[in-house]
Write a protein that binds this ligand. Structure first.
Ligand SMILES: [Zn+2]
Length: 128
């Protein structure tokens, strides 16, 4: 079972910046990393190929992803400012974790991580 997530500071900064660029539309990113015992380490973001950015939705065609991608989940922004997943988010869950960042995307205060069941997952930011 996944107990927690460790995430590099550069990943947090990338998610916040990306969300700001796309505002007031949603931005979506893929998260790359690896499992370490009962933690997931997230150390890279990848811009999904052929992503669609909309108001209230962001999607990407999963079948177009290269098979060797070590994708552990996705991150997307909520321009509305809500820091919890929508029903649609949970129905389209991809990977092990879902990061949501809510407007105004200033810091990790506006970031939350969820598992497949929509439960909050604790995370630790690695500064190095
Ligand atoms: Zn969402």
């Amino acid at each position: 079972m996944m107990a927690s997530v460790r995430i590099q500071r550069v990943v947090v900064d990338s998610i916040l910046t990306y969300a700001k660029i796309f505002h007031p539309k949603e931005g979506i990113l893929l998260l790359r990393g690896r499992n370490e015992k009962n933690t997931i380490l997230i150390d890279e973001v990848v811009i999904p190929p052929f992503a669609v950015h909309g108001t209230g939705f962001s999607t990407f065609p999963v079948h177009r992803l290269p098979a060797d991608f070590s994708i552990v989940g996705t991150a997307h922004s909520h321009p509305s400012g809500t820091l919890y997943p929508s029903i649609g988010d949970l129905n389209n869950f991809y990977g092990k974790v879902m990061i949501i960042t809510a407007y105004p995307y200033r810091s990790e205060q506006q970031i939350a991580i969820f598992n497949k069941n929509g439960k909050t997952v604790a995370f630790k930011i690695l500064n190095n």
